[in-house]
Design a protein around this ligand. Structure first.
Ligand code: SAH
Length: 264
């Protein structure tokens, strides 16, 4: 019995790697079939194949998934598939697109940032999504995290306090019909659509906002960074069980922009 469990655990831990490998092989095969770089025997050599811009981004995404996400222990297939699907480069400004898949956060204007891919993966995995959830995000920013969630769950509600970011993200998120956006102070959640199965906060408050706890269903999970502005914060998983709030530390030393309270 224990051995079967061990084997199952092993298989499920290598599955996402296997999935990526299969996708990479089928992608390279499709490039080869496109036949843009044939040698004199009529055979395609990968070195000679001219890739389109989109295919180059696809390769950068595969690399991001294998070197930054799976190699650091993320194993949730929903998270991996979603991050392998969402075109992260479309959520940053044109001059940042070439480094959109790099291992760090990027500026998105107004002094705000799109989180490092690994942090997006870690937070998404920690929500333990099955696909049927209604999720609230506080801090739309570029809209990237909302799009990743939208690939997994039924409904995403996302709130942004800075009007220009709200307006810009609304445009890029228009292709995700299951995402609803709003421009208000997300400290108070979004009463109109509450309760939520899960809540994700992508700016750091210095305490767990009580209105968000109240808008979480019983059995729900909230993931958020908590800590003082300007310093490193701690990432928490907050579960509401039988009305009780149980907080588990996910990791120390994360760095998020602080939650602000003025709509601008
Ligand atoms: N999830 C974003 C990254 C967000 S950065 C992405 O995928 O790109 C954090 C964002 O939270 C910023 O855009 C900031 O303006 C926003 N924010 C800060 N305080 C907020 C508040 N009280 N309510 C809603 N959004 C807030």
């Amino acid at each position: 019995m224990a051995q079967t469990k061990y084997i199952l655990k092993k298989v499920s831990s290598i599955l996402p790697n296997l999935l990526i490998l299969i996708m990479l092989i089928s992608f390279l095969t499709s490039c080869k079939e496109a036949g843009t770089g044939e040698n004199d025997k009529g055979e395609a050599s990968l070195d000679e194949i001219e890739l389109t811009k989109e295919q180059k981004y696809e390769i950068l995404r595969y690399e991001m998934i294998s070197t930054q996400i799976i190699s650091r222990g993320i194993s949730d297939a929903n998270t991996i598939n979603a991050m392998n699907t969402v075109p992260r480069h479309e959520f940053v400004s044109e001059n940042q697109q070439g480094i959109a898949y790099a291992d760090h956060p990027l500026p998105i204007g107004e002094g705000q940032t799109i989180s490092q891919p690994y942090i997006v993966a870690l937070m998404t995995e920690s929500l333990e999504l099955t696909g049927e959830e209604k999720v609230l995000e506080i801090g739309t920013g570029s809209g990237y995290q909302a799009a990743v969630l939208a690939e997994i769950v039924d409904e995403v509600f996302t709130v942004e306090i800075i009007i220009s970011l709200y307006q810009r993200s609304k445009i890029v998120l228009a292709s995700y019909p299951n995402v609803t956006t709003s421009n208000h102070d997300g400290y108070y959640g979004w009463e109109e659509y509450a309760p939520f199965d899960c809540i994700i906060v992508t700016a750091a408050p210095d305490h767990i906002p009580q209105p968000l706890v109240e808008q979480l269903i019983d059995g729900g999970i909230m993931v958020l960074p908590v800590g003082p502005p300007g310093l490193s914060q701690t990432l928490w998983k907050v579960e509401k069980i039988g009305g009780e709030v149980i907080s588990t530390k996910i990791t120390d030393y994360v760095s998020f922009v602080p939650i602000t309270r003025d709509i601008r």
